[in-house]
Design a protein around this ligand. Structure first.
Ligand SMILES: Cc1ncc(COP(=O)(O)O)c(C=O)c1O
Length: 392
C-alpha cells in the first residue's frame, strides 16, 4: 500500500553516520532512521550481539522466563527511575500499554470513564488508542476514534490549569514534539506540568519514543527538568533498528495482572539482548554527553549562520533533535539534500528535522550544518552561503 512516498534512492549498506547507495554513492545520514539508529549503522557491537544471540536463541514466548528481558527490565528501570516494565515492539504499542495502564488505574480508583489530557500537535502513533491521543490530519477518515481525551495547546500551563473535568486521570505529552516539527515547550513547562499533576492527583505519561535514550543530551528528556513521569514510553532507539519498545511505570500506577495485556514478540531474547548492548554502548561512550555537546554546537552554528537568511522562522531543539523552521513549505528540500549527499527529514511541511546518529564526529556535525545552511539559503532566495565548515 502507498503509505509512504519514498525518496528515489535505496541503500545497500551503512557505516557509522554514512549510508552507501547501490552505485557506491555515500550519504551523510542526519535522520538515523527517524531517531532509531543512535549508534549509527553497522555498529560492530550491535552486529556482534545480534549475530551471537541469533545463533543462540531468537525467540521463546513469554510463557517462559527470559533472562535477557529480565536484565533489560532491571537496567531500564534503573536508568529511568521507574519500577515496572512492559515490553513490546514499537512506539505506538508502548503508548497503547500506557493508556490501558492509566485507564485500569482510574477504573480501580472508582473513575469508570477516565479522561486523558493530550496536546495539540501531539503524535503518539497509529493504532487506535495512540491515534486518538494524537492530533491533526492523521486522524481524519478513521473515525470513530476512542473517547476519553481532552486536547489542550502544547506548552501552555494556563490551558492545562483550566482543565476542570473531574474524570481526568492523566496528562500525556511528548517532552519535545517531534512529528509536529521539533516543537520545544517553554523552559520549565515539564516541571510545572509535573507539579500541577501532583497537585490535582493526575498521572503524568511522557512519550519519550523519539526523545528518549540520550537523543536530547540526557538519558530521558524529562531529566532536564526533573519532571519524572508516572508512566514513560520508549521505542525507536532502544535496539538501534531491531524492533523494540517498552512502557515503564512507577509502582504507584499498579501493573497489568496476568492476561490483562501482552505481546507475542515483546521483549524476546533477540530484541532484549541487542537493547542491552545498545544501552552498554550509550553508557560507555557517554553518548548523552556527546548529544548535548554536538547538539549545542550545531544549534549555535545554525543560528549564527542562518541569522541573516530570509525566510527562516526559527532554529530550535535540544541535543541532537534539531528543527529549522522556514516560512514556507519545504518538503522538496529532502530531495535537494540528496543531491548534496545528505539525508534530512522535513516535518510538518515547513520544518527541517535533523536527528543524526549520536556517534557523529565534530566534522560530520559541521558538514550537516554547512549543507543545511547552503540548502536553506538557496531555497529561500537568500544569498547562497559558502561557509567553511571549519568555522561553524
Ligand atoms: C513521540 C512518538 N510517539 C510514538 C511514535 C510511534 O512510534 P512507532 O512508529 O514505533 O509506532 C512516534 C513515531 O514517530 C513518535 O515520534
Amino acid at each position: 500500500m502507498s503509505c509512504y512516498r519514498p525518496l528515489p534512492i535505496s541503500f545497500v549498506r551503512g557505516e557509522g553516520a554514512w549510508l552507501v547507495a547501490a552505485d557506491g554513492g555515500r550519504y551523510l545520514d542526519a535522520i538515523a532512521g527517524l531517531a532509531v539508529c543512535g549508534l549509527g549503522h553497522a555498529h560492530p557491537r550491535v552486529a556482534a550481539a545480534l549475530a551471537t544471540q541469533a545463533q543462540r536463541l531468537l525467540h521463546v514466548s513469554n510463557c517462559f522466563q527470559i533472562a535477557e528481558q529480565q536484565q533489560l527490565g532491571e537496567r531500564l528501570s534503573r536508568l529511568s527511575g521507574m519500577d515496572r516494565v512492559f515490553f513490546c515492539n514499537s512506539g505506538t504499542e508502548a503508548n497503547e500499554a500506557a493508556l490501558k495502564l492509566v485507564r485500569r488505574y482510574a477504573v480501580r480508583q472508582g473513575n469508570p470513564q477516565p479522561v486523558v489530557v493530550v496536546a495539540e500537535g501531539a503524535f503518539h502513533g497509529r493504532t487506535f488508542g495512540a491515534l486518538s491521543a494524537s492530533a491533526g490530519g492523521r486522524t481524519q477518515d478513521f473515525g470513530p476514534l476512542l473517547p476519553g481525551f481532552i486536547r489542550v495547546p502544547y506548552g501552555s500551563m494556563a490551558a492545562l490549569a483550566d482543565v476542570a473535568a473531574d474524570a481526568v486521570v492523566a496528562v500525556m505529552l511528548e517532552p519535545i514534539q517531534g512529528e509536529a516539527g521539533v516543537r520545544t515547550p517553554p523552559e520549565g513547562y515539564l516541571r510545572a506540568v509535573r507539579a500541577l499533576c501532583d497537585q490535582r492527583g493526575w498521572l503524568l505519561i511522557l512519550d519519550e519514543v523519539q526523545t528518549g535514550l540520550c537523543r536530547t543530551g540526557r538519558w530521558f528528556a524529562w531529566m532536564h527538568e526533573e519532571a519524572r513521569p508516572d508512566v514513560l514510553t520508549v521505542a525507536k532507539a532502544l535496539a538501534n533498528g531491531v524492533p523494540a519498545g517498552a512502557c515503564l511505570a512507577r509502582q504507584t500506577v499498579g501493573e497489568f495482572a496476568r492476561g490483562e495485556h501482552g505481546s507475542t514478540f515483546g521483549g524476546n531474547p533477540l530484541a532484549a539482548r541487542v537493547a542491552l548492548e545498545v544501552l552498554d554502548v550509550l553508557e560507555e561512550l557517554d553518548l548523552a554527553g556527546a548529544a548535548a555537546r554536538l547538539g549545542q554546537r550545531m544549534l549555535d552554528a545554525l543560528r549564527r549562520q542562518l541569522a541573516d537568511t530570509p525566510g527562516v522562522r526559527a532554529v530550535r531543539g535540544r541535543g541532537l533533535m534539531i528543527g529549522v523552521e522556514l516560512e514556507q513549505e519545504c518538503r522538496v528540500l529532502s530531495h535537494r539534500a540528496l543531491e548534496h549527499k545528505l539525508l534530512i527529514n522535513v516535518a510538518d511541511a515547513k520544518v527541517i528535522r535533523l536527528l543524526p546518529p549520536l556517534i557523529i564526529s565534530d566534522d560530520e556535525a559541521d558538514q550537516i550544518v554547512h549543507t543545511v545552511v547552503a540548502l536553506v539559503a538557496d531555497f529561500t532566495g537568500g544569498k547562497t552561503a559558502h561557509v567553511d565548515p571549519a568555522l561553524s
